[in-house]
Design a protein around this ligand. Sequence first.
Ligand code: SAM
Length: 234
Amino acid sequence: KLSVRLTKVANYVPEGARMADIGSDHAYLPCYLAKNLKISFAIAGEVAQGPFQSAEKNVLAEGLSDKIVVRMGDGLEVIQPGEVDCITIAGMGGALISSILDSGRDKLDSVKRLVLQPNISAISIRTWLLANNWELIAEEIIEEDSKIYEILVAEKGDPAKPYMEKKEEGLLLGPFLLKQKNETFKKKWTLEKKNWQRIYQALEGASETAETIEKRKELLDKIRQVGEVLNSEE
Ligand code: SAM
């Protein structure tokens, strides 16, 4: 059975998509989508030998070799220009996901939708999308096995549209998640805030250098910003 996390990602893959799942590991996501007849074609990309072999084995065992090709390579280099209209990248840090998209920018011409699931640092992805003409169109935040995950969906459009109000908060917390402010969101940012406060206090004991002063100011800003969002009742 597919995890709740990957099921949420799967829900955002359009019907009939030709997709690439980058960093596919066991290829669970494309296999699930192909079995449910939701996609017409998938590339499962992997940069590491073990996960690549596990993907190949699963695709074969599920009898899905006519729909899913498993390719070894770094990021979007497994895609030929024009081959796919949707890309999923899940289960990595936001900085890595952004750098994969950035290095493969020439492969994005035919792509209509990105479905991205960072484990940390969703802000890196939002910042990259904003700078590269991808409009964030939906977000989700979920908890599974005591871990909190965010899912970001983007299409080509007006990248600034989601950030008309509260840009800084939007980039950090997610413009859609910020509006919705559900219990999982509150839990995540309450924990983050506690963590920043802990680091801030530890830095109070450290010697004052330009660096620690800057770091403390940064932390204080974030603590204040997130505190305001968590405390406001709208
Ligand atoms: N996408 C699956 C999921 O969400 O369950 C697997 C996530 S797994 C934690 C991350 C996978 O990404 C690993 O199998 C790793 O080998 C692969 N990976 C990391 N960097 C990559 C890159 N630059 N190109 C392709 N795959 C990469």
